[in-house]
Design a protein around this ligand. Sequence first.
Ligand code: F0G
Length: 346
Amino acid sequence: MGVIQNYGKLLPVTEKTPRITLGEGNTPLVYIENISKMLEIELYGKLEGCNPSGSFKDRGMVMAFAKALEDGAKAFVCASTGNTSASAAAYAASVGKPCFVLLPAGKVALGKLAQALMYGAKVIAVKGNFDRALELAREAAEKEGFAIVNSVNPYRLWGQRSGAWEVCDVLGQAPDWHAVPVGNAGNISAYWAGYKQYKEIGKTDKLPRMMGFQAEGAAPLVTGKPCPSPETLATAIRIGSPVSAHLAKAAVEESEGEFNSVTDEEILAAQKLLSSKGGIFAEPASCAPLAGLVKLKKLGKLPKGIKVVMVLTGNGLKDPDTAMSQAGSPVEIGDTLEELLEVMKG
Ligand code: F0G
């Protein structure tokens, strides 16, 4: 049914861990034929936008909440570029506990903000970027004894391993490349841990190369130094000092992968490509890996015929403003058949 029900045996759950779920996980892994042909690879998208709050965060959030409830948590807190807050707010609502979410003021996509507010969290806009909001959330959690549900909470990464397990369960083994957008660097680390754990228990005989993609204006793992003023229209990954940088670097090194960056223009082009040729609408940050694959192809650095899984981390509906800025607008007509037929001719 959910991550704990499906994969509890591989997770640090005990008899006392509450079996909460909103039906997270078990998302489709879709072969994207048109773009596979174009890139001369076998390309799959893991549709994480199909999770209950519309992003991959739910996989880890369910574990973070379950473990915190097991420990008697009374209230929850997180900082977020949007998706973590939507997810935390959803689980808090479902278990009937208060939740405080700290967001970088004015830099959160509309859908995500609407979610956090509708689920009933206390939504706090911080005049600062995500990195600062996270510092505040950690301090407040410590002072007030709230459970922090950012990926500094190790149970978040545990739950997120389930994405890798599902990929292997569907493909029969790990892909050649695993491509993922990198912000706070938790997800790439969780996937790597998940693949390794699956190899240890004999569920895959190989491991993928971990390919992490960042936005050029927020690419500390590509440049190798923190980015004090991160900027990108992919607001989900607008992060300058990733908390799990050390784990992500280890994942890339051990797997002989790479970090690469892509520009906002390349991200937008990839978002359009994915929707118009793949029929999949993912939010801008989720399209950084595809932008990166297109770029690597142009540079002659994308081996032919390899199997690539890219994680489409969040639903495109979360950020209608960015989509509309490049989508064009409907053709308007009066209410006659003649006008309709006229525009249909093109
Ligand atoms: N894609 C989306 C849609 C995200 O929301 C995030 C992170 C990432 C990719 C990057 O994942 O941080 O594990 O490297 N969003 C966080 C949030 C920071 O607050 O919602 P990461």
